[in-house]
Design a binder for this molecule. Structure first.
Ligand SMILES: [Mn+2]
Length: 310
């Protein structure tokens, strides 16, 4: 069966994780080759050819579409997220009338199983299928697990936008992009950027998919190498700040991730491995230093306010 179009948004800074995600997708979905991949980029370059060449022969037909992100640069994103996150809002411009559905995937993922069941998922009369975000329940109980979640929009249920199965006719008919953009205009400091905007635009009109399709934050919770094949999620999403390709911070899935990356043209060179080793040593001391400077700043502030009162 044909799978896709499958959309990604990427920029040069994310080329290596993206190539790794694509490689995992291709390897886990061989019976659907050639995969229909469409990538939204704000600039192309040598890296796009390198990503393409990171796939086995015949695995995918990749189309690169340039998008204009200028209108979005004024909206802040989290420190580790670039403006290319807003690319999701351009998907409908790069589909044909024959495309009834589109699958959107973040680039910070690994695909570990066939996506056929996801592609066929029942959406009822909803605009999209997605996985509930981990903090949705906390918000409902008035808890804010991360300080930034305090300002997240209160919707019926809140989804994570890293994996979206989109019903294209409904997406257009319900003017999702227009509504999302209006939300961003009125709430430019919303903490999770276009994810917040999409949650507002699709409030009460999305279907909950099994956790299996967007298994978030496994970096810290589950050791993928030790999990048997059949228990691994279909899609692991490294949504936390700690990424398995960032060797400055210890995480238990770095080796598992790196084995997939090794099969791309972005495999780490000997020199990169040495640098990563140093970063790994520097990482903890950097954290200690950061803590030290925060503590001393706080102490200085306390002292200063006391002096003033006196
Ligand atoms: Mn992500």
């Amino acid at each position: 069966m044909s799978l896709g179009p499958i959309f990604f948004c990427c920029d040069e800074g994310y080329a290596a994780p993206f190539a790794t995600a694509l490689r995992s997708l291709a390897e886990a979905n061989m019976s659907n080759w050639p995969l229909d991949i469409r990538v939204l980029v704000d600039a192309s370059g040598d890296w796009t050819r390198k990503v393409q060449a990171s796939l086995p022969e015949g695995a995918a037909i990749i189309r690169w579409h340039r998008i204009e992100l200028e209108a979005f640069r004024k909206f802040p994103t989290n420190r580790h997220i670039s403006a290319s996150t807003f690319g999701r809002l351009f998907i409908e411009q790069f589909v044909t009338a024959e495309d009834k559905r589109a699958l959107y995937l973040d680039a910070d993922i690994l695909v570990l199983g066939s996506l056929e069941d996801l592609w066929r998922a029942d959406l009822g009369d909803n605009t999209l299928g997605a996985v509930r975000d981990n903090f949705d329940n906390d918000l409902k109980f008035g808890k804010t697990p991360l300080p930034e979640t305090k300002a997240a929009p209160r919707v019926t249920d809140y989804f994570n936008a890293g994996v979206l199965l989109i019903d294209l006719p409904r997406w257009r008919e319900r003017r999702v992009v227009e509504k999302a953009f209006a939300y961003l205009q009125n709430n430019p400091n919303t903490p999770f950027a276009d994810q917040d905007a999409l949650n507002v635009a699709c409030d009460g009109e999305w279907n909950e998919l099994g956790k299996h399709w967007n298994s978030v934050d496994f970096v810290e919770k589950i050791n993928l190498a030790r999990t048997p094949d059949d228990l691994r999620p279909g899609i692991v999403h490294f949504a936390a700040r700690v990424k398995p390709w960032n060797f400055a911070y210890w995480n238990q899935n770095a080796g598992f991730y790196d084995k997939v990356r090794d099969r791309t043209l972005f495999r780490r060179t000997f020199a990169m491995r040495q640098i990563d080793r140093l970063l790994r040593l520097w990482g903890p001391s950097r954290r200690t230093l950061g803590q030290f400077s925060r503590t001393s700043r706080l102490a200085a502030k306390t002292l200063f306010s006391r002096t003033q009162k006196a």
